[in-house]
Design a protein around this ligand. Structure first.
Ligand code: AMP
Length: 187
């Protein structure tokens, strides 16, 4: 199954995508995690991504899409994947659609994780990542509203979106996520 985890920054996509990936036995591809790992390893990619991440801005599409296109060509991702944090704007959504179509594939379902904004901000502050200061969080949420939310409509038009309520314990939310993925697999 080829899945996308969609939702605001801080809604719990990473945690839930990882749990679902483990349960379904398919890889989890997180662009944010790839950038953070590249930075930790002192790689050029990480250093270039950092100036954007630190501000809560989107890393340029050329860099981000190249990573995803490369990942999609890996044999380990040939039988399904869970994308988390990508696509984050319409141009990325179009690039992804094109790259998958070239491989005779497509997205099966978009799991849209939701939570009230105050909950999201609290979770991000509690997480304490480098880019989780109040100013940067506000900027990330603004970027989300301006650039990422239109991606939801892109997939709604293709009737691929399944909404999952993201408030509750990790296992409780996971059960909802798993049910949504099961419905997607059966349809
Ligand atoms: P995340 O771990 O998904 O919250 O991503 C952390 C940061 O990485 C974001 O605030 C962006 O700066 C960058 N990033 C991750 N995914 C993307 C993407 N698809 N497009 C552009 N920037 C991204």
């Amino acid at each position: 199954m080829n899945l996308i985890f969609f939702g605001a920054p801080g809604v719990g996509k990473g945690t839930q995508a990882e749990k679902l990936a483990a349960r379904l036995g398919i890889p989890h591809i997180s662009t944010g995690a790839i950038f953070r790992a590249a930075l930790q390893q002192g790689k050029e990619l990480g250093l270039r991504a950092r100036e954007y991440m630190d501000r809560g801005a989107l890393v340029p599409d050329e860099l981000t899409t190249a990573i995803v296109v490369e990942a999609l060509q890996e044999p380990e991702n040939a039988n399904g994947f869970i994308l988390d944090g990508y696509p984050r704007n319409l141009s990325q959504a179009e690039d992804l659609e094109r790259a998958l179509a070239e491989q005779g594939r497509g997205i099966d379902s978009v799991l849209y994780l939701t939570a009230p904004q105050h909950e999201i901000v609290e979770r991000m502050l509690a997480r304490g990542r480098n880019d989780d200061t109040e100013d940067v969080i506000n900027h990330r949420l603004e970027v989300y509203r301006q650039e990422t939310e239109p991606v939801l409509k892109f997939y709604q038009d293709r009737e691929l979106v399944r909404e999952v309520y993201g408030v509750g314990g990790i296992d409780e939310v996971h059960d909802r996520v798993f049910d949504a993925a099961k419905v997607a697999a059966e349809s």
